[in-house]
Design a protein around this ligand. Structure first.
Ligand code: AP5
Ligand code: MG
Length: 257
């Protein structure tokens, strides 16, 4: 059963083989392990992508980053990419209807069944409500919303110097020579140019800050001071993601096979 915290194991496969453990003693995703659904929340440049990469490696669940998905569409020159490109370049938001459709089709992919790390969605209250409905349809619920809190001055500094791998989308601090994973030459993201950074922060304050209250009501938010070394923040993020009792049964699960 998905979302109820238990899944049946295919016949003939031993529990031992399918319950690898990770830091914090939490079972890694696999048959027999409870699913783990995490939501990373924070302003542009707060470190969501950086911490999501770490969580993906630790827990073996996919990183669903709506910004990365839009940039992939832009790079591929699809109709959606052509529509989204000027919006991202200006630091504005793509419409709720489009974003909800993208997330719905991504979360219903089989690789999300053991759980996922959501990054960059929901960014508006209507998106948050749509995600609640989608999670209910899938018989899932979030185990934890991890809020990386960073002051605006530091966000501006981080974004102006950030480098990104055009191939795998990993982000790096200023001065990094090449992607540590695939060796690609790093580039600046189009929306990290000065004319787009301020509008991104402004729209975050106006439309995305209210989303946090939506999750605070459910008592799901772990607030982490996002200043400090990446390793220090990672330790706190892992502790929040692995906290005993983070999982609770979903009261209204409409479970689908
Ligand atoms: P998206 O790609 O989601 O961008 P964002 O939310 O603005 O966040 P960033 O990716 O810029 O920052 P991050 O928090 O991931 O930080 P990172 O780890 O890279 O969205 C882009 C655009 O797509 C949006 O503006 C919008 O147009 C559109 N979009 C996406 N989703 C949408 C939605 N749901 N609805 C509507 N439109 C949507 O770190 C930043 C830098 O800091 C890096 O250089 C990193 O190395 C460094 N760093 C990380 N941690 C630390 C640390 N602890 N100390 C010092 N430096 C650090
Ligand atoms: Mg990011």
């Amino acid at each position: 059963m998905w979302g109820g915290g238990r899944r049946s194991r295919p016949e003939g496969l031993s529990e031992k083989l399918h319950l690898p453990t990770v830091w914090g003693g939490r079972p890694k995703a696999g048959w027999g392990a409870p699913d783990l659904n995490l939501l990373l929340y924070g302003a542009p440049g707060s470190g969501k992508g950086t911490q999501a990469n770490m969580l993906r490696e630790k827990f073996g669940i996919p990183h669903i980053a709506t910004g990365d998905m839009l940039r992939a569409e832009i790079a591929a020159g699809t109709d959606l990419g052509k529509q989204a490109q000027p919006i991202l370049a200006a630091g504005k938001y793509v419409s709720d209807d489009i974003m909800i459709g993208i997330v719905r089709s991504r979360l219903t992919q089989p690789d999300c069944k053991p759980g996922f790390i959501m990054d960059g969605f929901p960014r508006t209250v209507p998106q948050a409500r749509a995600l609640d409905d989608l999670m209910t349809d899938l018989g899932k619920r979030f185990d934890r919303v991890i809020y990386l809190k960073v002051p605006i001055e530091e966000l501006l500094e981080r974004l102006s110097g950030r480098l990104v791998c055009p191939r795998c989308q990993r982000t790096y601090p200023p001065g990094t020579a090449a992607c540590a994973v695939d060796g690609s030459e790093l580039v600046q993201r189009e929306d990290d140019k000065p004319e787009a950074v301020r509008p991104r922060i402004e729209i975050y304050l106006e439309k995305t800050v209210p989303v946090l209250d939506h999750y605070r009501v459910g008592g799901l938010v772990s607030e982490i001071d996002g200043r400090g070394t990446i390793e220090e923040i990672s330790r706190q993020v892992l502790a929040a993601a692995s906290a005993p009792g983070a999982r609770r049964p979903h009261p209204q699960a409409r479970v689908k096979a």
